[in-house]
Design a protein around this ligand. Structure first.
Ligand SMILES: *[C@@H]1O[C@H](CO)[C@@H](O)[C@H](O)[C@H]1NC(C)=O
Ligand SMILES: *[C@@H]1O[C@H](CO)[C@@H](O)[C@H](O)[C@H]1NC(C)=O
Ligand SMILES: *[C@@H]1O[C@H](CO)[C@@H](O)[C@H](O)[C@H]1NC(C)=O
Ligand SMILES: *[C@@H]1O[C@H](CO)[C@@H](O)[C@H](O)[C@H]1NC(C)=O
Length: 486
């Protein structure tokens, strides 16, 4: 049997003799110099001067990553330019980025296309350090007024992530599809782009920030394009209990069964921090620091091929929850707001127990055992099945166990706790097969090695869970099929 397993493993995982089984990835959390959002449009020279200040910092990180043997480094969204700018102020920062099919090394041929000082510098950084380099900048494309979609100012402007190979060649260009509220300086591409590239250490796919909440291109890159590693450039502000950067991004990697290289910008007053190197079975290393304004390079060795290796078995997310009798509801089930969604909630009043709460078509079951309950701390079990407020553009199915500040104010989850759990088992009757498991410890730390997901969809603790107080345990489902049509 052992030999058969080894054989199958080799058959699926080793594609050719030049391929690497593992590689070293780096992500850099950068404290960007932002342009002044109120400034009137600056000259190209002034724009370049600000962007070069950022690239100087990124260059130091790229050199440090190369010294550590990294094959690829990812730098964040808005790491170089364009944060919070009005549309008419953003032009001097943009370059016209050609389709990578043109086969271009900007470092060697900087004048082949229009002005491209930023692309040239990035390409030279990749080449000099022999490293794949990913960065986020702004792309502009002249459009024709006869195109009904062409903006009045005659340009499409895109939030764009580019990748260079270790020779400095432009190998990928991705235009962000799901812009977040306020990103009005940019346009939405006509169709979502599925951007991938092959390397000796696996197949990569790219998307940006808010894209992670939607099916296209994010899920399709994994399901239909079979990428091994996602490159995720982001400017993500942390929101508890379900949307803290390291928490949500690591759970996406685990739920989808891919590597995810997540690079966030760092700005404590904007609540932006949390970058990491995540894989289906490894929550980190990561960087999360809400106290000081310091960037950080994170590196880690990863498996090159995640998709075809038998490490990630398929989970049937509702198998357990739909096969058991409902536990009795708590003595008091009530409607309460968590963040901004109205959940069905019940309080965990006993040191141990079994509860079921339901909301619309979702029933969540919890079995738990509290090690030492702090009498002033309130924990609830919640269920939510519906469109996520306030914009109601995506449908979520969530089972969650979390600490609330009080029963009246579950809106805010709080960042610290002192109650430790001996064990928990959480499951839900999900209609979706896209469920992301999240476990957060006090002080917003990930619970690496302290929980696991069973094939029947239960999220269960491991014995070491009792070593740290618990903030929240969630199964965060996305039902893409129930999203409103765009
Ligand atoms: C704009 O489109 C019209 C009609 O298709 C075409 O005749 C014209 O040459 C185009 N202009 C440019 C600048 O591409
Ligand atoms: C964080 O962002 C704010 C708002 O854009 C800005 O005023 C501040 O200078 C930034 N902080 C740092 C350390 O760059
Ligand atoms: C609680 O929410 C459910 C569905 O979301 C609703 O049907 C019910 O009326 C609410 N109950 C109260 C007391 O507001
Ligand atoms: C919870 O349910 C399980 C079986 O479903 C049972 O073995 C256990 O005793 C129950 N625990 C409590 C505290 O009721």
């Amino acid at each position: 049997m052992i030999f058969i397993h080894l054989f199958i493993y080799n058959l699926f995982c080793v594609f050719n003799s030049h391929a690497l089984d593992t590689f070293i990835a780096a992500v850099y959390e950068h404290v960007p110099f932002f342009p002044d959002p109120n400034q009137s449009p600056v000259t190209r020279e002034e724009a370049l001067s600000l962007m070069n200040k950022n690239i100087d910092v990124l260059e130091t990180a790229v050199q440090a990553a190369a010294e550590k043997g990294a094959h690829i480094i990812v730098t964040p969204e808005y790491g170089i330019c364009c944060f919070n700018l009005q549309r008419d102020s953003v032009y001097p920062y943009l370059e016209d980025i050609p389709d990578p099919e043109v086969n271009w090394i900007p470092c060697s041929e900087p004048h082949r296309f229009g002005p491209a000082q930023v692309l040239e510098r990035l390409s030279c950084m990749a080449k000099t350090n022999s490293i794949y380099l990913v960065a986020n900048i702004g792309d502009k494309k002249i459009c024709n007024a006869s195109d009904a979609r062409c903006p009045e100012d005659g340009h499409f402007i895109y939030d764009t992530t580019v990748a260079f190979d270790a020779e400095g060649k432009l190998i990928a260009r991705y235009h962000k599809y799901h812009l977040f509220h306020g990103e009005d300086q940019f346009n939405v591409p006509k169709e979502p782009e599925f951007v991938t590239f092959d390397t000796p250490f696996g197949k990569f796919g790219i998307f940006i920030c808010f894209d992670i909440l939607f099916h296209d291109p994010a899920v399709a890159l994994v399901i239909s394009h079979n990428v091994d590693t996602i490159i995720f450039t982001t400017a993500w502000f942390n929101l508890l209990p379900h949307f803290s950067a390291i928490e949500f991004h690591s759970s996406w990697a685990m739920g989808m069964g891919v590597n995810l290289l997540s690079s966030n910008i760092h700005n404590t007053s904007l609540h932006m921090t949390g970058s990491g190197i995540f894989s289906p079975d490894k929550l980190g290393p990561y960087y999360y620091n809400k106290d000081t304004d310091e960037g950080r390079l994170v590196t880690s060795e990863l498996k090159s091929h995640t998709r075809n290796c038998p490490t990630h078995s398929l989970v049937n997310w509702n198998l357990y929850a739909t096969s058991i009798e409902h536990f009795p509801p708590g003595t008091n089930v009530f409607n309460g707001t968590i963040f901004i969604d109205e959940f069905s909630l019940t309080e965990l009043t006993e040191p141990q127990g079994n509860y079921t709460v339901c909301h619309n078509n979702l029933c969540c079951h919890l079995n738990y055992n509290i090690l030492e309950k702090q009498s002033d701390e309130v924990y609830v079990l919640g269920a939510f099945d519906g469109l996520h407020a306030p914009s109601k553009v995506f449908h979520i199915e969530v089972c969650t166990l979390l600490k609330c500040k009080s029963l009246e104010t579950c809106v805010e989850a709080g960042e610290t706790a002192s109650t430790r759990f001996e064990s928990f088992s959480l499951s839900g009757s999900f209609a979706t097969s896209y469920v992301f498991p999240e476990v957060l410890l006090s002080d917003v730390q990930l619970a690496a090695g302290k929980f696991q997901v069973l094939n029947d969809g239960r999220l269960v603790s491991l014995p070491s869970i009792s070593s740290k107080p618990l903030l929240s345990v969630s199964l965060f489902g996305r039902n893409y099929g129930k999203d409103p049509q765009k």
